[in-house]
Every structure is written in C-alpha cells, then in structure tokens.
Design a protein around this ligand. Structure first.
Ligand code: SAH
Length: 348
C-alpha cells in the first residue's frame, strides 16, 4: 500500500490524524513545525520525537520532497529558474525573482495544462495531472532551502490552471499562509486564472485576501476566443462580472494580464476596446510582451508600439504597467524549460 503524503495534511487534519494514530495532538504541532517551518526532509531529523514513534511514522507516511533536476541562473537579472522532479517522475518548473521588497517565487499548479491557450508552451502536451498541495508547497520549500533566504511573495503563474485544481490549490493557500507554517501573508500571493467563472466566484467567497489575476489577452469575446479556448465556454462578459464579484466580496483589486502579440491584439482598436472595458474600474492592467516560443508563430510588438499602446490606456486613467521581462536568457517563463526537457525525452 502507498504511504500517505504527510505534507498534504493541514494543521488541523494532522491533529486528527495523530489522534487516530494514538498520539497526543500536540505531537501534530511538533511534526507540522518540522515539515513546514524547518523544512525537514526525513523523519530522523525530528529529534524531539522518540525513535520508535519516528519508526511508526515512517511505516505509515512519507515526506515527498521535490528533486532538483536543473537550476538556471540568469546573467541579466536576479532571476533563477528551477526544474523539479516529482515523486512519480513528472517535471514541474518554478521561478525565483529577487526584488528590493523580497524574494518572489512563481509556482506551477499542475503538471501540464488542459486550457490550450494558443501562445503558451505549457498547453502543448496537455494536462498530465494535478499537483497536490504538498507539491505546490514543495516548490517554495525547496527554493527557500537552496538559497537560504525567506520567500515572501508567491505568484501562482507557472504551468497549470489553479482553478482547474481547485481543492488542492485552496488547501495550498491555507497552508502556506498558516501561522504554524511559513506564514506568508495572503496579501503577498497572486493567483492567475484563464477565467473559469464558477470557480472564480467560489474563490471570492472563501474569505481569502489573495490577489486574483485574470488572463484577458483579447479585447473582445471574438478575439479572446481565438487565443484562448476557455472563452468558448465562458463569455467575456461573464468573466468580467466574476472579476467584479471578486472585488466586491474581497475588496481586492483584480489584475488583468494582457499578453501583447504583434498583429493579433496590439492595434489601436484593441486599445480602444480595453479602454471601454476597463475605464473607470478599480483594477490594474499588466501588459506582457508575449514570450516567443519555438513551436508558435506569435511575435511580440516592437518596444515603440508597446509603449504607444500603454500610453493610450494611461491617457484614459487606466492603471497600466508593462511586465518587466525577467530571465529571458533562461527559457524565460511559461513552461519552456519543462517543455524542452519533455520534448528531448521523447526525441531520445
Ligand atoms: N492558467 C493560468 C496561470 C498560468 S500562465 C492563467 O491562464 O492565467 C500565467 C500567465 O502567463 C497567463 O496570463 C498566461 O496567459 C501567460 N502566458 C502564457 N504563455 C505566455 C507566453 N508565451 N507569453 C506571454 N505570456 C504567456
């Protein structure tokens, strides 16, 4: 029988688990601290637990940590990219970005993705499987241990669609912000969705303080549909209503992400549509010059056009930024490192 993944139990679940294991519930507090604060990788590190208790734990549970397969350090900016192997051999990638305000990690929420966005490298091989809460936590823990510094900010913008893995994602948010664990403030966490409307609404009611980012990418329903198959299921108007609802319920301003693709969504008309859509709304628009991937034709507009696009929106008082391109020399972002590995595995 498979051993149980002990890092996927929340604090209260672990207390229950220890009770049914015949142990006092305070033991759960000790174990939780070893796993989620001291980031132990082996039960034998838990020296304040009796040896025979550790032995019984080992028989029943396992600590599934991630194995580092590759680490790329950018020469251009303080960005590092990691490729991790999960216990079953699947690969996920994470990115560390160092900022003046602290260390930020971008994590993956699934191995692969089934959303099929046309410009995205993660979509190419489809979905392999959901990540467990402990595998999402594990990316942060592994990086924190490797660099020996605290991680203070998290973006769930790596491979996968967090709202397509709702329960594990929600558990992850609770665990990473739990005061018994790393206790990262929910206000320092952003999760990005392609717009799964029912789950956006559900998330709005969870009483969280995380920032929701919506991948918009098209200025109209028609344009969005061409880039993002999920738009066939949920109309742009419904998605925008769900964003409004998220703001209303949580008081958290929604971020809109717009990947600029030359000749596809960067025209004057697009800027006008965006002004119509977002003008007067309390939101933030992040323009992302599209990351070119070798399997796709999409190109980013030239710098001048990107700035013109931004200026038009700013002129109408839309709060807009251009995403700084980080780590462009290390397979940038968006599933390209994992993609290179899985593709070369297949070719071998
Ligand atoms: N599934 C989620 C989060 C993962 S992707 C979502 O769709 O939001 C994080 C962001 O990167 C999304 O806005 C996504 O559309 C964008 N993205 C993916 N591939 C990209 C590329 N090649 N260039 C620029 N942005 C990309």
């Amino acid at each position: 029988m498979d051993k149980k993944d002990i890092c996927s139990y929340t604090y209260s679940e672990l207390q229950e688990e220890m009770k049914s294991f015949g142990e006092k519930s305070f033991r759960a507090g000790q174990i939780y601290e070893w796993l989620h604060v001291k980031l132990a990788e082996d039960f034998d590190e838990m020296t304040n637990l009796a040896k025979d208790f550790r032995k019984r734990l080992k028989e029943e549970y396992e600590i599934r940590r991630l194995t580092l397969r590759e680490r790329q350090i950018s020469r251009k900016d303080p960005t590092e990219k990691y490729l991790f192997e999960l216990w079953d051999g699947n690969l996920v990638e994470s990115v560390l970005m160092r900022y003046s305000y602290g260390n930020s990690v971008c994590i993956s929420s699934q191995a692969g993705c089934r959303m099929g966005c046309r410009f995205c490298a993660s979509a190419i091989g489809g979905l392999i499987r959901n990540l467990s809460a402990s595998e999402m936590l594990g990316q942060i823990y592994r990086i924190q241990k490797l660099i020996g510094e605290r991680i203070s900010n998290i973006v769930v913008m790596g491979t996968g669609e967090p709202l397509d893995n709702y329960d594990n994602f929600l558990k992850f948010i609770h665990m990473i912000s739990d005061e018994h664990g790393l206790h990262i403030s929910q206000r320092n966490i952003t999760a990005s969705t392609c717009g799964i409307v029912p789950n956006m609404r559900r998330l709005a009611r969870e009483g969280l303080q995380i920032t929701l980012a919506l991948s918009l990418h098209g200025s109209t329903q028609e344009k969005r549909r061409k880039l993002m198959p999920v738009a066939n299921k949920y109309e742009l108007s419904e998605v925008l209503d769900a964003c409004g609802y998220y703001f209303q319920e949580t008081g958290r301003r929604v971020t809109f992400e717009y990947s600029l693709v030359q000749g596809v969504n960067d025209s004057k008309e697009d800027a006008k549509e965006l002004i119509r859509m977002l003008g007067g709304k309390n939101c933030h628009l992040n323009l992302i010059p599209v990351n070119q991937i070798k399997e796709r034709e999409f190109r980013k507009p030239c710098r001048k056009n990107i700035l013109e696009f931004k200026n038009k929106l700013e002129h109408h008082k839309i709060n807009v930024t251009i995403r700084r391109e980080r780590g462009s020399d290390i397979d940038g972002a968006c599933g390209q490192l994992r993609r290179r590995h899985t593709a070369s595995k297949k070719e071998n």
